[in-house]
Design a protein around this ligand. Structure first.
Ligand SMILES: [Zn+2]
Length: 240
């Protein structure tokens, strides 16, 4: 509603989902039904744009950026003939219960799994409160490696060592429980999978104008490829 029409109280209130509607310009119900069907999805159709300092803006980088990182890692690995059997997966329905990762992990039955998702960058004014509860994460400062019970300690260490050797900057984020990412579904697949999580720093998550750093994307792909290159059938991920 236009701000002029709102009462002072309404101006302070968050609009609830049930009070939102999409005006498609239909003149009545029959006209609307000729244009759309019940259950049709919709998105706010902002496009991709490059900004200053290698930063890009777009919608749904969460988690199209992750899909890019995984595919790019596969492209890099294809040139290296790795010892490990490698599966690149783009999962669906992560946001509504890690559903695609669950079926993909079951189907592939891997020894290890590296999930790629976006993670909260805390380097902007809205995050002053959030920063108190989270690790400081900045755009352009490299992949974010999560540490905690969702992550296999040896796979984490292998990623950190590889980053050092390859001069890839990394950021560390501690999460004291299961993460809300595909890493959670992968780890507790079948009888357990050694799992890691690579985060792409992102500002304004779940808005139509998410911001990421293109350098971070390339660094994430390179880190995955270089780490996977080191894995052989003898690599042991039993932590202790
Ligand atoms: Zn998300």
């Amino acid at each position: 509603m236009a701000i002029h029409m709102q009462s002072p109280e309404q101006r302070k209130q968050l609009v609830e989902l049930k009070d939102l509607f999409i005006d498609i310009g239909a003149k009545d119900k029959a006209d609307a039904e000729a244009m759309v069907e019940i259950g049709d999805p919709a998105v706010i159709a902002y496009g991709f744009e490059e900004m200053a300092n290698g930063i890009a803006i777009g919608r749904a980088f969460d988690d199209r950026a992750g899909a890019f990182v995984v595919l790019e890692a596969a492209r890099l690995l294809a040139k290296e003939n790795p010892n490990a059997e490698v599966h690149a997966v783009a999962t669906v329905q992560e946001e509504i219960g890690l559903r695609g990762a669950r079926t993909a992990a079951f189907g592939i039955n891997p020894d290890i799994g590296i999930a790629v998702d976006v993670t909260f960058a805390t380097d902007h004014p809205n995050m002053t409160e959030g920063t108190k509860r989270k690790s400081r994460i900045e755009l352009g400062k490299g992949p974010v490696l999560t540490r905690g019970p969702n992550i296999n300690a040896k796979l984490f260490t292998l990623l950190v060592e590889t980053a050092k050797e390859e001069n890839i900057p990394i950021q560390i984020n501690a999460t004291p429980g299961g993460t809300g990412t595909d890493a959670n579904a992968i780890q507790i697949n079948r009888s357990g999978v050694s799992t890691a999580l690579i985060g792409i720093p992102l500002r304004y998550m779940h808005s139509p104008c998410e911001l990421i750093s293109l350098q971070d994307l390339e660094a994430c792909s390179k880190l995955i490829a270089k780490t996977v290159e080191k894995i052989t059938p003898e690599t042991n991920f039993v932590p202790f």
